[in-house]
Design a protein around this ligand. Sequence first.
Ligand code: FEO
Ligand code: CA
Ligand code: CA
Length: 750
Amino acid sequence: MSKSNDKALSFVDPDDIGYNDTKNDHFSTILDARLSRRSLLRGGAASIASAFVGSSMLTACGGSDNVATPTTPTTPTAPTEKLLGFAPVAKSLLDSVIVPAGYTASIIYALGDPLTATTAAYKNDGTDTDYENRAGDHHDGMEWFGLSADGKASLTSVDRGLLGVNHEATTNEKQPSFFLHANGGTASLPRPASEVDKETAIHGVSFVEVRKVNGKWEYVKDSAFNRRFTCLTDMELSGPVRGSALTFTKYSPTGVKTRGTLNNCGTGKTPWNSFVTGEENWAGYFTRNATDDTARSGEKSIAALKRYGSSQGGASRHGWETGGTDDKYARWNISKLGTSADGKDDYRNEMNGMGYIVEMDPYDKAKPAKKRTALGRFAHESAAFSKAVAGKPLAVYMGDDSRNEYIYKFVSTANWDAADANTTNPLAIGDKYLDSGKLYAAQFNADGTGKWVELTLSNAQIAAYAAYKFADQADICVNSRLAADAIGATKMDRPEWCSVNPANGEIYYALTNNSNRNINPTGSSQLAPDSANPRAYTDMKGTSAQNGNPNGHILRMKEGAEGSAALSFTWDVYLFAAEASADAGKINLSSLTNDQDMSSPDGLAFSPATGICWIQTDDGAYTDVTNCMMLAGLPGQVGDGEKVTLNYTKSDGSTLAVTTYVGKKPSADTLKRFLVGPSACEITGLAETPDGKAMFVNIQHPGETTAAANIADPSKYTSQWPSNAGYGAGKRPRSATIVITKNDGGRIGS
Ligand code: FEO
Ligand code: CA
Ligand code: CA
């Protein structure tokens, strides 16, 4: 089953991919002004007084170990302090985590940290094994689940809890996972089984207990709650796709289960206190033989595979399929190799088991994960729940992060019953709300309105779609991208995380960047700017031109009168990311200052405690000036800004006028940089204790720009964090969770 050994590995940036070349409409029609113009006063630049953080030391905050046993959900308390009272952090290229003066950040949980009493300490020299019992790599989305003193689920505990942590991927620079292997590992095929086994184990999710002892946060190595999910853990398919012939495999001939979760990026927390994780760039881990389209001749599966980025002969990201003859390696080759009509004798359908929102019970290790297939299959980021209103359905907002992909929402069939918040069996409540409902994709209009279009065979555009013949709703859930193509959803600038503003229910989406926006689009993948994705420009990074929308923006939406079940919405752009010095009329449309400027917003989460909108970056465009960062915002609401028309001149001399809606420009008091990370990292993941006084954040892939050839020379690593901050053995950089506290015991962001 292994592919030929002369095939190369694939080293494209999996985040920077796009397969959507359908001809959906764009929205550049100019309509009347919808919003009134407002003038804004800007505050002066704040002084910089920052704390360099990097050590594993902690400041004593005098916290007690008092743990209450909760019975009701927490409600955010009204802020009594001045939010964003801290002095903004300056941009930085240091190999350190920097937070404002008065704050302390401490490292508590890094790649390889043992999760059982008997697991050996992490040596961090490439010889470590047993990753099924260690923290995985590339910490990403993260959620907090409180624990009472007697070890029960708690909605109010503030000093003991579980963190659910995504482990998205591992650092590859023309050599798979080289920091995990003593000499950097094997860059050619076949890959040794010992290397593959490490790499499959560092992907997935971990649940880890954390606690505050004598004022200091630590993770609990021997906690009975610690748990790992890897890309080989048995998982159930739930919802419309369960039992579909599209998921029949040798491993699950009835299509009811699959192995593992993969490339877990954003997360979410359900109103019933369970963890959900999004599977993002999973397609690149699979391979197909060079003649697989011939083997599948006449089948619609070819169109489906291509739409999700799987071409025959395409190399896989790690070459895991070459690890040996065992089934756990063979599954990564999804070629049609068997003789069956339905795929029960091979792994031709294996990739249809990846790409979902997956629900997990943080507290019960006996419960399997469930893939909630009704929420669609694409490059999932976070899953943001609408405010739960008794008697109304729940909405789940989601994005598909590839260039030119779509924004989605799922609306539950069941109406919310507040009693379900206190369940001891969250996956059963998940069955109720997440396995039955309607899936929608978004269309954005140039007048600041938009609509949700249901993805259903009842829609004639889907039923009669020429490019793909859908069989049933399971087929629509597996091939959501194709269904959204059929109804003409709006192609977006890479939808990353979304989050719901607890103050007013509005939905925020980070659109991280898009190199395929162009005033003069060529080929099938380039798009002209439109109202909701209105910028196409060139930003210089040294002598390198970054074209398209290199800095990204944050869109926000307000549902119509029906709330979660509304079929229409209004929208504007909360923020356009940009360099402070960029042209304010064309690029820096939100007039960001040096205390606020940013590029490529990615992680985005509202604090339930303070209501602050936290923005995290995963950038490659502004990294000549600053490492990635986290900012705190106090946004207003859809419609609080102004209408702006961008006038472009095309190469043939004609003009293109694009109208957009720019949210109220932030002041020095409503948007501030709070944190800058170490070298060559991404800032991601955000979880808080319910009192808002401890914030957990992830530093992903420090030093990812290191050349694999330099593995033996730590002085050439582009980061040595967190060892340079006193955490752990060895000098190889490690993804890690930090905890941020305020030295005066106050809430984070005040
Ligand atoms: Fe894993 Fe699209 O970020
Ligand atoms: Ca630049
Ligand atoms: Ca992301």
